[in-house]
Design a binder for this molecule. Structure first.
Ligand code: NAP
Length: 246
């Protein structure tokens, strides 16, 4: 597997769920993968799994809301590998309640982890991505970045909607510099983020009639990361079992 040979990729929130499957897949396709998360033990396990599979991966602790931590991680990548070709801004958290029951503290926290992190990540990685020659950013939004969902989780919808348009805005600025920026919008995917959610209503509104698998989102991210997507920028790719087609 060689689609990403010679490239270096950073995946945030890569200790579990979609981020983990993405890190494993990008490494299988030849990328050197930096696994970043706040879950240090689980994240280190992912890097170990990459190495056991014959790939190249390291774990770096990164709270995506912390600008100084971003600077440290990007500096480490530059010193160790001298390049960064792919940035997957995947880390995100959700609120659960309706607007009236959502505290300002919760609202700010979800925006920080799910939205502001994407700004910080692109800003910190900008110089290396521009130097790459084939730089690609994949920002993970959601079906809830383009629809009102079930009328709950207001901070999550606001954050994911912002990620969708921030992606397009930066795609325009970086297009002449050869850096592509796209968003991926998963539907309901079976990951730890689902927690103890009753998934029956989610399956009911999904035309394909099941939850998605993290590997199915990772496959879309791989496409956008690699040179097969060399004419794709500013776009939004839905991996949602048909949810938004309804
Ligand atoms: P997940 O299983 O919860 O994994 C996310 C990872 O990010 C966790 O390891 C989490 O750690 C970590 N994280 C949380 N806050 C962080 C921070 N400040 N800095 C760095 N890492 C942090 O989530 P997932 O379901 O794979 O979701 C991945 C992305 O896809 C998210 O952006 C999510 O919004 C999006 N998405 C998911 C679905 C879905 O149905 N699963 C649908 C649409 C979009 P903790 O465990 O400590 O929080």
């Amino acid at each position: 597997m060689t689609r990403l040979n010679g490239k270096t990729a950073l995946v945030t929130g890569a200790a579990g769920g979609i981020g983990k499957e993405t890190a494993l897949l990008l490494a299988r396709e030849g990328a050197t993968v930096i696994v970043a998360d706040v879950q240090d033990a689980l994240g280190a396990d992912v890097a170990t799994e990459i190495e056991k599979n014959g790939g190249q991966g390291i774990y770096l602790s990164l709270d995506v809301t912390d600008e100084a931590a971003w600077t440290r991680v990007i500096t480490t990548i530059e010193e160790k590998y001298g390049r960064l070709d792919v940035l997957v801004n995947n880390a995100g958290i959700s609120d659960r309640d309706v607007l009236e029951n959502t505290t300002l503290e919760t609202y700010h926290k979800v925006i920080a982890v799910t939205q502001t992190s994407v700004f910080l990540g692109m800003k910190a990685a900008a110089a290396l991505l521009k130097a790459s020659g084939t730089g690609s950013v994949i920002n993970i939004s959601s079906i809830f970045g383009a629809s009102g969902g079930f009328g709950s989780s207001p901070a999550y919808h606001a954050a994911k909607g912002a990620v969708r348009l921030l992606t397009k805005n930066v795609a325009l600025e970086w297009a002449p510099l050869g850096v592509r920026v796209n968003s991926v919008h998963p539907g309901f995917i079976a990951t730890p983020m689902m927690g103890d959610t009753d998934t029956t209503p989610l399956v009911d509104v999904t035309p394909l009639g099941r939850l998605g698998r993290p590997e199915e989102v990772a496959a879309a991210i791989l496409f956008l990361a690699g040179d097969e997507a060399s004419f794709v920028t500013g776009s939004e790719l839905y991996v949602d079992g048909g949810y938004l087609a309804r």
